[in-house]
Design a protein around this ligand. Structure first.
Ligand SMILES: Cc1ncc(COP(=O)(O)O)c(C=O)c1O
Length: 420
């Protein structure tokens, strides 16, 4: 297995700009110790494992307070951002159905920049997603959202920030629209929920994004990103526990005994829940503030270096440590390919063609070398501006798997080939 790992992405040295949020060997060792201690425990049964029940309710309460939740705020831990989003959407669907029993298939209004998990949720829960494109400044225009609402609209979606551009949507405006129509607003703060509040405490101006904004009814916040917990940990939060009720599933007459389940999974890892609790306790408010401060200093160095290179510019005005940059002069994807030849793992995206980056404290090791390579490639390598491909692959598939006459079929084939 050690040998099998040798071809994997190099994240410890900071050569990867997504997928892994690494702090230090020490921090990871502590998380592993805690995970080991609760390795076999199963949060399916809070009565069998009151320790996990305590950890989960502490984590939910701490995260809810961090993002402006009041006395009535409630939530559950989940296995990740996707599960938190799926649950947030399902809950709003069921809340809507409880109030409009005769309504047809209900809708959710999703900015094009929102995570694909919202479209997955619509597909899983038989809802209709209505996509709203962003304007020329890469920001969501809330007037476009308001125009798209009709009597079957169950909820709105905003991101804090969105993955593609790292921009926080106009949450106050979306909240006002949601209130006006008496519908829900889910704010996806998977990336920002454990980052933006500390930025604010450090004195940075950050857009309003959380439960302090009237109309925000639910939020998703990942612990396994900027919470620096182990993989498989996130929270879905509700302004009011009455809304959370629509998330739950019960089957009182099951032959194996009355069954009640709060989230999507049945068996849930005790290790994950314990590690999330431990990460919060080990780092504490001061620890997270220090991490955010350091991350922003690496981000600032990257921004300064990128802007100083001929033809390179940031896309839009990102709000935290997630951003992308493009080139007005060169083919950004050939810059990406040349960076990859030098050992960097590069995430690409379209509209506009750009290179995407998520900065973490671990990039301390990488900023200077990355900027040196970038500068060198732009200054010395032939990089004619060609035609950008229609789509580039992210995470699950390679770029070649997104091409072809039938992109949907190519993507299905790409997924299948991952299991060959
Ligand atoms: C903004 C945002 N929301 C949700 C998710 C989904 O999170 P996960 O991959 O943990 O399911 C991501 C993942 O990158 C994200 O960036």
């Amino acid at each position: 297995m050690h040998a099998a790992k040798s071809g994997d992405a190099k994240w410890k040295s900071g050569h990867t700009w997504s997928l892994v949020y690494h702090l230090s060997e020490d921090h990871t060792e502590h998380l592993i110790d805690v995970y080991r201690l609760f390795f076999a425990e199963n949060a399916l049964s809070p009565t069998a494992f009151p320790s996990l029940k305590k950890f989960e309710s502490d984590v939910v309460r701490i995260m809810a307070r961090l993002v402006g939740g009041g006395e009535r705020a409630a939530g559950t831990m989940t296995s990740g951002g996707t599960e938190s989003i799926l649950l947030g959407v399902k809950t709003h669907r069921d809340w809507f159905r409880s109030r409009h029993p005769k309504a047809r298939r209900c809708k959710l209004i999703v900015p094009a920049t929102a995570h694909p998990a919202f479209f997955k949720a619509a597909a899983y829960f038989d809802m209709e997603p209505v996509t709203i494109q962003t304007g020329p400044d890469f920001r969501l225009d809330s007037a476009e959202v308001a125009k798209a609402i009709d009597k079957n609209t169950a909820m709105l979606v905003g991101s804090a920030p969105s993955y593609p551009y790292g921009i926080v949507d106009p949450i106050r405006e979306l909240g006002a629209i949601a209130q006006r129509h008496d519908i829900g607003l889910h704010v996806d703060a998977c990336l920002g929920g454990a980052f933006l509040p500390f930025m604010r405490k450090l004195g940075h101006p950050i857009p309003e994004f959380d439960f302090s904004v009237p109309g925000v009814s639910s939020m998703s916040v990942d612990l396994h990103k900027y919470g620096f917990s182990c993989k498989g940990t996130s929270v879905v939060l509700y302004r009011d526990s009455a809304l959370r009720r629509h998330q739950f599933f019960v089957k009182p007459d099951w032959l194996g005994g009355a069954y009640a389940s709060a989230a999507m999974l049945g068996t849930r890892s005790g290790g994950g829940i314990a590690s999330a609790w431990a990460a919060l306790m080990m780092l504490g408010e001061n620890g997270y503030m220090d991490l955010v401060r350091r991350t922003l200093s690496y981000r600032d160095r990257l921004w300064k270096g990128i802007r100083a290179i001929d033809g390179l510019e940031l896309v839009g005005e990102p709000d935290m440590s997630v951003f992308c940059f493009r080139s007005t002069k060169h083919d950004i994807f050939s810059i990406g390919a040349k960076l990859e030849k030098r050992g960097w793992r590069i995430d690409r995206q379209n509209n506009p063609p750009a290179i995407h980056m998520i900065v973490t404290p671990n990039h301390r090791l990488a900023v200077s070398a990355f900027l040196r390579d970038l500068k060198n490639i732009v200054a010395t390598e032939p990089l004619s501006k060609g035609k950008a491909p229609a789509a580039v692959g992210l995470y699950g598939v390679t770029s070649s798997q997104t091409s072809g006459a039938n992109p949907v079929e190519s993507l299905y084939r790409g997924l299948e080939s991952n299991y060959e």
